[in-house]
Structures are given as C-alpha cells and as structure tokens.
Ligand binder design. Structure first.
Ligand code: ITT
Length: 183
C-alpha cells in the first residue's frame, strides 16, 4: 500500500515515513500546496485541505498534517500561526518573547488527516505537553524542536533520536491513530 503525504516540510515527511514503515505502508511526498484556511481549529484546516486534495487528485490516497506550538504565557501563540512565526522570528524570537517569563508551559498539537481513494475523510489528533527552555539545544528534528522539552524528559525534541520523538510526540500520536484507522 502506498499513501501520498502532501507536505512541503521535510521534517514532517521523515517522521511520518518512519512511523508508517512499521505498518508496511509506503509514504511518498506529494509536494503540491493545498489551500490552508484561516481557522482556530487544526481539524477544520485539515478537513478543508483534504476535501480539496480529494477533488484535485481523485482515486489517490493522501494524508496531510496541520500542527502548531501553543505557549501558555503567550495565550496560545504562535498556535495556528506557528509556520509564519517560525519564518519571521524563529526559535530565537520565541525565546525573546519569553524573556523574564517564569511560566514556560507549552503544548504541541497535531491534526493528521487522510482522504482515501473513494474520497472518504478521516482525522486524528495528538498532543504533547512540555515547556519552552531558556536556550536552543540539539540539532535533530526541525522547527521549534530545539526549544521544546516534553514533560518527564530531560532532552529537547532536537536532542532525541527520531524514533524517541515519534513515540511521544503530537505527530507520532496522531499518525499512530490514523494508521490504525487506515489498516
Ligand atoms: P506543511 O507543508 O505540511 O503545511 P508547514 O511547515 O507549513 O508544512 P504547518 O502549516 O503545520 O506546517 O505549520 C506548523 C509549524 O509548526 C511549522 O513551522 C513547523 O515547523 C512547526 N512544527 C510542527 N510540528 C513540529 C514539530 O514536531 N517540531 C518542531 N516544530 C514543529
């Protein structure tokens, strides 16, 4: 079985490919942008994107992922603006915003979705709690990984091997659920 994963993010692709290897499912990148509506709900963005992709590529099985980092002290920012904030200010900008802030709590959320060859849509969500540390650590992963330390762990996501991150991450959880729905 082969599923296309519509994403422009190589970090996401690597993690999802690895997760699905275990299921004997091949994942191939579909590097075709899809419309991402402006919404507070990751699921709404995913459902809308999948509907569009299903119409553009009839007969194909396609997955997508919408995710974000929600920081308590910033009222959930960058949240649905995570991609924009990463491009414009990076991890350094987030650390600057949190300068002198004691409450470092944050969560990563992921909504994973799948449209099958018949146009049926399924979604699954995953969350991981953690904190924003005070300086960037590690070189694995991507995006905000160097500043996010999941609760109960000493390492940031960027200091963990991919398989470790996949076991506990928002994306690992969401795509594990999706994998059992698909199989
Ligand atoms: P797509 O093509 O799949 O949309 P994207 O990078 O634009 O890729 P999103 O729209 O879902 O992805 O934006 C999520 C942002 O949050 C993006 O900047 C990611 O780098 C970041 N992010 C999501 N999951 C992450 C993770 O596991 N570790 C670090 N940063 C993450």
């Amino acid at each position: 079985m082969k599923i296309l994963f519509a994403t422009g993010n190589p970090g996401k692709l690597k993690e999802v490919k690895r997760r699905f290897e275990r299921e004997g499912i091949e994942v191939e990148q579909l590097d075709a942008p899809y419309p991402e509506i402006q919404s507070d709900s990751l699921r709404e963005v995913v459902e809308h994107g999948l509907k569009w992709l299903g119409q553009q590529h009839p007969g194909k099985a396609i997955m997508i992922d919408d995710s974000g980092l929600f920081i308590d002290a910033l009222n959930g920012f960058p949240g649905v603006f995570s991609a924009y904030a990463l491009k414009s200010m990076g991890c350094a900008g987030i650390l600057k915003l949190l300068d002198g802030v004691e409450n470092r709590g944050a969560i990563f959320q992921c909504c994973a979705g799948f449209v099958d060859s018949g146009g049926k849509i399924r979604t699954a969500s995953g969350v991981v709690e953690g904190e924003i540390i005070y300086e960037e650590r590690g070189s694995e992963g991507f995006g905000y990984d160097p500043i996010f330390k999941p609760t109960g762990h000493d390492l940031t996501f960027a200091e963990m091997p991919l398989d470790e991150k996949n076991k506990i991450s928002h994306r690992g959880k969401a795509f594990s659920q999706l994998a059992s729905m698909i199989k």
